[in-house]
Design a binder for this molecule. Structure first.
Ligand code: PBG
Length: 326
């Protein structure tokens, strides 16, 4: 026998030498929640280790993210229930929780980490949909895009480096690019949630943002059955001017991710979503698997499939490991 692949697996040093995929902190983005009206950070029961932050605790945590060398943070705002309305006004209000938090963050950490904002209405609408509704109660695509432009502009003004339209409206990237450029924000980048599926794995996130949604998002988010359509969505967003594309969820959509990564001219991100993270935590709590190893394997698989960037609730712990404590 001449060919023995096991030679390259014989020692830890040999395995490290030939590893094709590595987790580096600079390609990890930590999704974070900041809530109005809290005195102290509030744990999210379905997402162990993740909290709704106050503005102060958010700033502290992001300073830590800078020290860990994380690539970025993605910020979601959680308003008071009584401040929600049909068009999500508080989302684009300069004194709304998300924009105040963005301003405080940019003030505190400047350009030391990439500050990203979720550009969507669902956290701010009283009906919980990602857009505004027409008289028949359907999500109105073009009217929603007008609101996204206002939202993106308010986030750029507050200091976001990147806006992240996640509502899956047709034409949202082009509308936001036009709006940002017309207002002089030519350097504000767009991370487009390009292929976003109507997924059951967003379950814990709905608790994290105190979602008001009843019903589902299947008229705008994609059908999990469709692979080719994910590529089409990604192509469209790239043509519309997206600076980065995202596939979401990540782990169950590695085929879509690999397809998009193979043809995209721009960096591709993948979102290891709340349910993907929470399942590992829950199984580990029962002693059914090793939490650290399972999370590292999940993120390694996402990178191996072609992601340049991974959004994950495990970003800090993975960075700690990558920084040499392992
Ligand atoms: C919508 C949005 C969602 C997530 C990120 N942005 C929820 C949804 O589409 O219902 C889910 C993220 C996660 O599950 O971690 N603004």
């Amino acid at each position: 026998m001449i060919v023995r692949p096991r030679r390259l697996r014989s020692t830890p040093a040999m395995r490290a030498l030939v590893a094709e995929t590595r987790i580096h902190p600079s390609q990890l983005v930590l999704p974070m929640f900041v809530a109005e009206g809290l005195d102290a950070p509030r744990p999210i029961s379905s997402l162990p280790g993740v909290v709704q932050h106050t503005v102060d605790s958010l700033v502290d945590e992001v300073r830590r993210s800078v020290t860990l060398g994380l690539g970025g943070v993605m910020l979601f705002g959680v308003p008071r229930p009584e401040d929600k309305d049909a068009v999500g006004s508080v989302g684009s209000a300069p004194d709304g929780i998300l924009n105040r938090a963005l301003a405080a963050l940019r003030d505190a950490v400047g350009d030391d980490i990439v500050i990203m904002a979720d550009t969507c209405l669902d956290e701010f609408t009283d009906h919980g949909h990602c857009g505004v509704l027409d008289e028949r109660g359907r999500v109105d695509n073009d009217a929603t895009n007008d609101r996204y432009v206002e939202l993106a502009l308010s986030q750029a003004r507050a200091g976001a480096h990147v806006v992240g339209p996640s509502g899956m409206m047709d034409g949202q990237v082009a509308a936001i690019r036009d709006g940002l450029d017309a207002a002089g924000f030519t350097d504000t980048a767009i991370l487009a949630y390009a292929a976003k599926y109507a997924s059951a794995f967003y379950g814990p996130f709905r608790e994290a943002v105190n979602s008001s949604l009843s019903g589902d998002r299947r008229s705008y988010q994609q059908d999990p059955a469709n692979r080719r359509e994910g590529v089409r969505e990604a192509d469209l967003d790239e043509i519309e001017g997206a600076d980065m594309l995202m596939v979401k969820p990540a782990g169950y959509y590695l085929d879509v991710l690999a397809d998009v990564a193979a043809r995209s001219q721009v960096p591709v991100a993948a979102y290891h979503v709340s349910g993907e993270y929470a399942m590992v935590c829950a199984a580990a709590e029962r002693g059914w698997l090793n939490r650290d190893a399972a999370l590292a394997e999940a993120v390694t698989a996402i990178l191996r499939a072609g992601a340049d960037i991974v959004l994950t609730y495990a970003a800090s712990e993975l960075a700690e490991r990558a920084n040499g404590s392992n």
